[in-house]
Design a protein around this ligand. Sequence first.
Ligand SMILES: Cc1cc2nc3c(=O)[nH]c(=O)nc-3n(C[C@H](O)[C@H](O)[C@H](O)COP(=O)(O)OP(=O)(O)OC[C@H]3O[C@@H](n4cnc5c(N)ncnc54)[C@H](O)[C@@H]3O)c2cc1C
Length: 292
Amino acid sequence: MKDFTYLAPSTVAEALGLLAEHQGKAKVLAGGTDLMLQLQDGLFTPDFVIDVRRIPELNTLEFDAQAGLTLGAATALRRIETSQVVLDKYPHLATGAREIGSIQIRNLGSVGGNICTATPSADIIPSLVSLEAVARIASVRGERAVPLESFFTGVRKTVLGPDELLVDLKIPAPAPRTSGVYIKLYTRPAMDLAMVGVAATITLGPGDSVIRRATVCLGAVAPTPIRVREAEQLLEGQAVTDALLAQAGQAAARAARPISDVRASAEYRREQCDLMTRRAIRQAVERAKNAA
Ligand SMILES: Cc1cc2nc3c(=O)[nH]c(=O)nc-3n(C[C@H](O)[C@H](O)[C@H](O)COP(=O)(O)OP(=O)(O)OC[C@H]3O[C@@H](n4cnc5c(N)ncnc54)[C@H](O)[C@@H]3O)c2cc1C
């Protein structure tokens, strides 16, 4: 691994100053579970590594009934998966975090690192996209808010510029009778990457008889996460029936753009998008019935 200078700012302003000063020659470090491997493999050869873990703003995990959840980018995955407010209000976000690696990896790895690495199989992303999370991105030039759905531009590619830092994610407060589910398809039950990931967030209408709002996101079946808007539109305003779930599942299969690789064929992945979407919606509806 090439030598680098390690820097550990304690404020966002300090980190942004360093990113601007060393633009193109620096990499941000949070937990290092992706970055250290990338440095070892020579994928990146930065002169400076900027450790953002000590910045309090990047370690926020705060819920407000109006504003929703603020998740600092460096917040450890383990903290998210064990947070009572996340388990209560956003159970599929807790599942997305819990599906990553091992406890050791999740103690180090952060939500922002999972997002910024931008692998198609990243487990926390589908739930966050289905929750309509918005990324707050900062640089010395100012701040911008980007819906997470628009954050990814390709495999391992994002909208982040070389001088920009992902500061936090804002996740809207759930409406009454809202809940969600994340389902991951893998070969081994631990330490395996997703072949397909499906997250669904469902809000039920009065009497729990119809779906008022639905958001569905697929992971690992295209270079970037996919919001299945066709399925969402089919579901909204409708009572849940097997026929409706089948239509939503088929819409998900149509939206997917999977590849064949050593772990699964494109056909198998597409078929699983259909079945897993049906299952995720059905389970999310049941959870929403019990949500406050
Ligand atoms: C054994 C093992 C198993 C794993 N299993 C899974 C799995 O099952 N599912 C899964 O999704 N992932 C898995 N991972 C991947 C990994 O743990 C996650 O992607 C992790 O969340 C990365 O977070 P980090 O804090 O370690 O990021 P880092 O490694 O510190 O950073 C990752 C990248 O993001 C950039 N970055 C980090 N924070 C910011 C920020 N705030 N602003 C701008 N850029 C930033 C860094 O510069 C770097 O390019 C696994 C990894 C290992 C080693």
